[in-house]
Design a binder for this molecule. Structure first.
Ligand SMILES: O=C(O)CCC(=O)C(=O)O
Ligand SMILES: [Fe+2]
Length: 330
């Protein structure tokens, strides 16, 4: 099947990155995409290609190691911080083991961070692979992705007719950030399951760097369409909290991955989400409700009242049930 490139639009972020009169047209393009498939590519983002190539190479080197080496930073070692490596089959995105392995990173919270002291899950120090330059590259990447997250949310606010600083003021002054590096091995046979099963993302915005293997599929208008690799771009999609805030006018779109390329696929999703204590509230949209019907997980995101931290804990405990039990979340 030929990928339908037109289905996932490409937005040039340069006017938002550098400022100028075309800001509003970039914001409009984001707004249209969020009301449509909920997915868009961004180019003109200003992220250093050399840094992207370095991260990609480091991740390939990490995943190519023996399992024992990789397990030296297994998630169990980080306990409640929920960081580190999980092996193929270790994550259950939609209730079944995914055919992928990965590493979870987050903000580097020191031991005296108040939420680490309070023993909150998902807070703490990262477990970095023992490969030269890995730590520095990941920290630089997370800083770049955070910068980009702020730029895209400024565009989104403008597209919604809100002040550019709306999300920064209400939700992302101290964002919850999660960075994951995934490796999807080529399947042994056609009957093997999904690299990532159908799901929606939990928060505000996901910014994904994918390599040239392809395999990301997006549910648009009831049909599964491909989001094929576009060199130098990031794939962006919105998560459940934006769907919730916009009364469903912005779509938190189901997606999944199947690596049929015959080679290793590396993808680098970055999640730019509301602050831990941010109270999630509806934006006054002044227009008709756009809620969709029954969701993939049978939850009603619009019924949710509470902080982002509460929402995220419930979600993560489902995909890593054992860790959820250890951390006392389930
Ligand atoms: O690897 C990909 O292309 C998608 C990953 C994804 O959907 C996720 O981590 O939420
Ligand atoms: Fe996702």
């Amino acid at each position: 099947m030929r990928p339908d490139l037109s289905a996932v639009p490409i937005v040039d972020l340069a006017p938002l990155v550098h400022g100028g009169p075309d800001k509003r047209s970039a914001a409009r393009a984001i707004d249209e995409a969020c009301r449509g498939s909920g997915f868009f590519y961004v180019v003109g983002h200003g992220v250093d290609e050399a840094l992207a190539a370095r991260i990609d190479a480091l991740c390939r080197a990490f995943f190519a190691q023996d399992l024992d080496r990789k397990l030296e930073i297994r998630m169990e070692k980080a306990g409640r911080a929920w960081r580190g490596y999980f092996p193929v089959g270790g994550e259950l995105t939609s209730g079944k083991p995914d055919i992928k392995e990965g590493i979870y990173f987050g903000a580097e919270h020191g031991d005296d961070h108040p939420r680490v002291r309070a023993g909150l899950p998902l807070h703490g120090n990262n477990l970095f692979p023992d490969l030269p330059g890995f730590r520095e590259a990941v920290l630089a990447w997370m800083a770049e992705m955070t910068r980009l997250g702020h730029v895209i949310l400024e565009g989104m606010a403008l597209g919604l007719g809100l002040p550019a600083s709306y999300f920064a003021e209400h939700y992302t002054a101290d964002p919850t950030i999660l960075f994951r590096a995934f490796h999807y091995p080529p399947p042994h046979d056609a009957s093997e399951g999904w690299g990532v099963g159908e799901h929606t993302d939990y928060g505000l915005l996901t910014i994904l760097r994918q390599d040239d293997a392809g395999g990301l599929q997006v549910k648009s208008g009831g049909l599964w369409i491909e989001a094929p690799p576009v060199p130098g771009s990031f794939v962006c999609n919105i998560g459940d909290m934006l769907d919730r805030m916009t009364g469903g006018q912005y779509r938190s779109t189901p997606h999944r991955v199947h690596n049929r390329s015959g080679r290793n696929r590396i993808s680098l999703p970055f999640f730019f989400d509301p602050g831990w204590d941010a109270k999630i509230q509806a934006i006054d949209m002044g227009r008709a409700d756009g809620r969709a019907g029954e969701r993939w997980d049978h939850q009603d995101v619009h019924e949710f009242r509470g902080t982002y931290g509460q929402w995220l804990l419930g979600k993560v405990a489902k995909v890593f049930p054992e860790l959820g039990r250890t951390a006392g979340v389930t």
